[in-house]
Design a protein. Structure first.
Length: 370
């Protein structure tokens, strides 16, 4: 099949761009419906490690002439007992007739009757697989006449390209999960991070930093953004980033970034292990906001890790929050003597050499992430 410029513009490029859409491949599906003269269509994406009760991603598309019709109900179609979708050979185009149960005439008649009722007289099925990561199914239907050979040829031609796009999409899903894991942990302990170039421009910022700080675009948007700071602080930030770009590994700098001096930015020379083509940052900036964990969850974690009773764990957690033994005891309805006895039992069970060592153990453990 000869690929025309229109194929690249309407099908192949949207396959590449579509991995960034939400839901993915919306433009591609609209163009595919138009190109094949389908009446209605749906695409279903099922990630391999999704839980059984997790809804798959389903994209419904209708031609303008069918815009008033209800979308295809994929559960109803899947429930007809057609040829098992998971056994379709990847990248092969199946006709509706091939999907019917020809071994049982009664079942075939029932399938045909239901499909006729929902306006599915002709159809094409295409399964795309990313082994171990995801499966995707395309279903295109028509009502009055079958698909042309050209339409089927188009589906066959795009199949391997769609498979490549699905593999890329799955890799992005995995990377997004990794990013979300890191961001969730940082958010639990009140940390925000930014990446700066040698001129102090912001190359990237996580949600915590975006939420807390103000940004302004450079006159040349391609150059990125800068933090909205006082002129003097901006000069200090630029100087620190320029110095860290030339500094040896492990170098750091610290500066306040607001007038109240209650929010500080720790800058360290960037030493990220980034693979492939990339623009390496000069410095990584870290913010620490006044944020503490969920007390109840933290107490449960402390009790489980150190073998403490809930009351002992509550006292240990209170000490990590900066309360004295007497203050914590009063809040927990303990007499000063009982609180001191509890603290001795806590030190014995945890192996802490005193209150300071106990606080160190708690703050360097899992409790802050609760």
């Amino acid at each position: 099949m000869t690929f025309l410029p229109a194929d690249q513009r309407e099908l192949f490029l949207p396959l590449i761009d579509g991995i960034h859409e939400n839901p993915p491949w919306s433009a591609f599906m609209r163009n595919l419906v138009a190109r094949t003269y389908a009446r209605r269509a749906f695409m279903l994406i099922q990630l391999a490690n999704a839980p059984a009760d997790h809804e798959p991603t389903v994209l419904h598309i209708a031609a303008p002439r069918a815009a008033h019709e209800p979308p295809l109900e994929f559960r109803q179609i899947f429930g007809l007992g057609l040829h098992p979708f998971g056994r379709l050979r990847p990248e092969r185009v199946y006709s509706l007739d091939e999907m019917l149960d020809h071994d049982r005439p009664g079942q075939r008649a029932r399938q045909r009757a239901v499909l006729d009722e929902i306006g599915v007289r002709y159809g094409r099925w295409l399964r795309i697989a990313a082994p171990g990561a995801a499966d995707a199914w395309l279903v295109l239907v028509r009502e009055r006449e079958d698909f042309t050979a050209s339409a089927v040829s188009t589906l066959s031609a795009i199949a391997p390209h769609f498979a490549a796009a699905l593999r890329t999409f799955c890799a992005l899903v995995a990377q997004r999960l990794q990013t979300a894991l890191a961001q969730a942990s940082l958010e639990h302990i009140g940390v925000g991070q930014l990446a700066f170039d040698a001129a102090g421009r912001v190359m990237a910022a996580d949600p915590q930093a975006e939420k807390r700080l103000g940004f302004s675009a450079e006159p040349d948007v391609a150059l990125g953004r800068r933090l909205q700071l006082s002129p003097e602080t901006s000069r200090q930030l630029e100087a620190c980033c320029a110095e860290l770009a030339r500094a040896p590994a492990g170098s750091t700098a610290t500066l306040p970034i607001n007038d109240h001096r209650d929010l500080w930015l720790l800058l360290r020379k960037a030493e990220l292990a980034l693979e492939g083509p990339h623009a390496p940052p000069a410095a990584i900036g870290t913010l620490r906001m006044n944020h503490r964990e969920n007390s109840r969850a933290a107490i449960d974690a402390i009790a489980a890790i150190h073998g403490l009773s809930k009351q002992e764990a509550a006292l240990a957690h209170a000490l990590s929050m900066g309360e004295s033994i007497v203050e914590a005891g009063q809040r927990l309805h303990l007499t000063p003597e009982t609180a001191r006895n509890y603290s001795k039992r806590i030190y014995a069970k945890t192996g802490a050499r005193g209150q300071v060592d106990l606080v160190r153990m708690i703050l360097s453990g899992l409790a802050p992430f609760c």
